[in-house]
Write a protein that binds this ligand. Structure first.
Ligand code: BES
Ligand code: MN
Ligand code: ZN
Length: 494
């Protein structure tokens, strides 16, 4: 989708559809909404008085062939309350417009940005929203007609400025990186094996000028990654550890090296502790953490943060079979601790513990891991918030601040030492599961044993990496959650 800037009076904007944001109020507010109202002979005022439109966020009304305007359609879209209007609403508005107009074959779409909102952040959010909204999960559908429904160009109607140009460029990078993540997550298990994921990572790294190191089973054995290897052993597909490093020319802080680690289980059957068949197809998304780390890698390689960032994605397929790991097996992790595998379906933590240790060996001073780790986090937080666990409050504060600014909902969860009890094993240093209650916390506690003493944050994205329903601004399916927060965390590191 082309993204352009149109610096013309509203009435002259020649687009398939022209949209103005109308805020919740007793009368029409916002410079462009007022101009559109006047040009259209009071259409928006009429919407307000009839009560069919109040300006509530994402409410829409469409007027065909508006007299007084060059555009073929005029769209009023609700902005919510003007005083709380932020990039979060702007991103959603742009996405909702694209999704509303795509099936109507409007061709070009222009969104008027009020002068008060003509900032780099808003231009970025609008661009992002449009490209995110355009994403579909129909890549394996062969119907050629599916391509007819599209918005060919998305334009921001606003005075041209360096800020707007920079915002559009940034928004495009961010959105295309999230869509890269979403595309990977959408791939079924037969198409995206660990080897293929590593190939896709290599290609993307090369495209953005970074080197990509892929560790295979031989190097893993040399390094003693017994936990990761134990998970992968039941599958005919070999495991891989994808490692990509970004180094700034002049680091802003010589003592910081951020490590982003993402769970890359390309399909999770549960292994010998096999999952129920109902809904198992969704487990192709069990590499969403790894995919969001790769999306962040793409964006950061292009945006160039002031600190070094290392991206580590352990990737395996969790399968049952005659070679598969058994409940009761004891594995030795890379850091030397032994683990009794009581449930082969608690495999995420087993691959992440070796990846965290590897990231530490590479010199990371701050670690963030992201994983579709537990069904328990879905019980706790539903599909709305990412569960955030950390061993360092200041670091967690930084991440939550980035998440808030980027409109990615995240919620701090407890992780005190009392939960460690749950992981006791009579036969090994720890067990890989902690019993029925507080399952997301015992999983985090397991990882903490491997991250300590390095400042570390664990994100459980099992409830948020996949949208169960279509949103007005985004298609059902992979959400790409985490990418924006990671990018903001690294870019804003002072
Ligand atoms: N990939 C799953 C987590 C998951 C489960 C995400 C259900 C979404 C829905 C993970 O590997 C897993 O199987 N976790 C188990 C852990 C249990 C065996 C301690 C779970 O949550 O059931
Ligand atoms: Mn599992
Ligand atoms: Zn899993």
């Amino acid at each position: 989708m082309d993204i352009t800037v149109i610096s013309q009076p509203l009435a002259q904007v020649d687009a398939g559809a022209l949209a103005v944001i109308v805020f919740e109020n007793t009368s029409v507010t916002g410079d462009h909404a007022i101009a559109a109202d006047q040009a259209s002979g009071g259409w928006i005022t009429e919407l307000f008085t009839s009560g069919e439109f109040t300006g509530k966020a994402l409410e829409t009304a469409v007027l065909a062939r508006p007299a007084g305007l060059a555009a073929k359609k005029l769209v009023a879209i609700g902005g919510g309350k003007l005083d709380t209007f932020s990039t979060v609403e702007m991103r959603r508005i742009a996405g909702a417009l694209v999704r509303l107009l795509k099936p109507k074959k409007s061709g070009t779409l222009a969104l008027a940005i009020d002068a008060a909102h003509a900032t780099i952040e808003m231009a970025s959010a609008a661009t992002e929203g449009a490209i995110l909204g355009d994403f579909e999960t129909d890549q394996y559908k062969t119907d050629p007609k599916k391509n007819d429904a599209k918005v060919t160009a998305f334009s921001l109607v606003t005075a041209a400025s360096d800020a707007i140009t920079a915002g559009v460029a940034r928004g495009r990078i961010l959105a295309e990186s999230q869509n890269f993540t979403r595309d990977l997550v959408n791939e079924p298990g037969n198409k995206l094996t660990p080897t293929v994921l590593a190939e896709r990572a290599k290609l993307m790294a090369a495209e953005v000028g970074l080197e990509c190191d892929v560790l295979g089973p031989d190097r893993m054995k040399q390094l003693g990654m017994g936990a990761l290897l134990g998970v992968s052993i039941g599958s005919a597909e070999p495991p891989a550890m994808i490692v990509i490093q970004y180094k700034p020319e002049k680091p802003s802080d010589a003592n910081v090296h951020l490590g982003l680690v993402g769970k890359g289980v390309t399909f999770d059957t549960g292994g010998i502790s096999i999952k129920p068949s109902e809904g198992m197809e969704k487990m192709k998304y069990d590499m969403a953490g790894g995919a969001s780390v790769l999306g962040a890698m793409r964006a950061l390689a292009l945006l160039k943060p002031p600190i070094p960032v290392t991206f580590v994605i352990p990737t395996v397929e969790n399968m049952p079979g005659s070679k598969a790991q058994r409940p009761g097996d004891i594995v030795t992790t890379m850091n030397g601790k032994t683990v009794e595998v009581l449930n082969t379906d608690a495999e995420g933590r087993l691959i992440l513990c070796d990846a965290l240790e590897y990231a530490k060996r590479l010199g990371c001073t701050h670690l963030v891991d992201t994983a579709t780790l537990t069904g328990a986090i879905v019980v706790a937080l539903g599909y709305i918030n990412v569960g955030v666990f950390a061993n360092d409050e200041a670091f967690r504060g930084r991440l939550l601040e980035s998440a808030r600014a980027e409109g990615e909902k995240m919620w701090a969860m407890p992780i005190d030492e009392d939960y460690k009890e749950l992981l006791k094993s009579p036969f090994a240093d720890m067990a890989n599961i902690g019993g029925r209650w507080g399952g997301a916390i015992s999983a985090a506690m397991f990882l903490k044993e491997f991250a300590d003493p390095v400042p570390w944050i664990h994100l459980d994205i099992a409830g948020t990496a996949w949208l169960e329903e279509n949103k007005p601004f985004m298609a059902k399916g992979p959400s790409g959650v985490g990418v924006r927060t990671f990018v903001s965390l690294a870019m804003n590191w002072k």
